[in-house]
Design a protein around this ligand. Structure first.
Ligand SMILES: Nc1ncnc2c1ncn2[C@@H]1O[C@H](COP(=O)(O)OP(=O)(O)O)[C@@H](O)[C@H]1O
Ligand SMILES: [Mg+2]
Length: 142
């Protein structure tokens, strides 16, 4: 059974509440994918999520490195991926992405469309759609 939750947000500050809701929604699931066009607000939302998870480091898109590693106050590790620039799934395999996905660390993945065959079966999907004024953020979990 698919679970689903949807939010409409008008201003960025509301992302704090949505981030808290996502953390609760995800429960023990560790792999969270973020879909949405360029500029939809994936990295921004991830910044708020990391803040709620207790990450004290600067959170920005790992454009050149593919993955950034952050640690939370409680020692939990967070891996932030951006697969936008890869051309073949092989490149993701080569950086060891599957080891990250099954490591027990929380994996936040931008541009998961690039690595669909490598994703674990159990994932939390986040969709962000911006209509220029508001943003609709949907969580779903099969
Ligand atoms: N919820 C929001 N409310 C207002 N502005 C936002 C929001 N989310 C993102 N932005 C702005 O939109 C731009 C693109 O956001 P970004 O998170 O980099 O998008 P993406 O990672 O999806 O490409 C940034 O300038 C950011 O400040
Ligand atoms: Mg981004």
């Amino acid at each position: 059974m698919t679970r689903r939750k949807e939010f409409t947000i008008v201003e960025e500050g509301e992302l704090t509440e949505v981030a808290k809701a996502l953390i609760e929604f995800a429960g023990e699931e560790k792999v969270w994918i973020f879909k949405g066009e360029m500029g939809a607000g994936k990295t921004t939302f991830i910044r708020y999520i990391c803040s709620e998870l207790g990450v004290n480091e600067n959170v920005s898109s790992p454009t050149f490195s593919i993955v950034n590693e952050y640690s939370c106050k409680n020692g939990q590790l967070v891996y932030h991926f951006d697969f936008y620039r890869i051309e073949k799934e092989r490149e993701a395999v080569d950086i060891g992405c599957e080891e990250y996905f099954y490591s027990g660390g929380i994996c936040l993945i931008e541009w998961p469309e690039k690595i669909l065959n490598l994703l674990p079966e159990r994932i939390i999907e986040v969709n962000i759609v911006s209509d220029g004024l508001n943003r609709k953020i949907t969580f779903s979990h099969d």
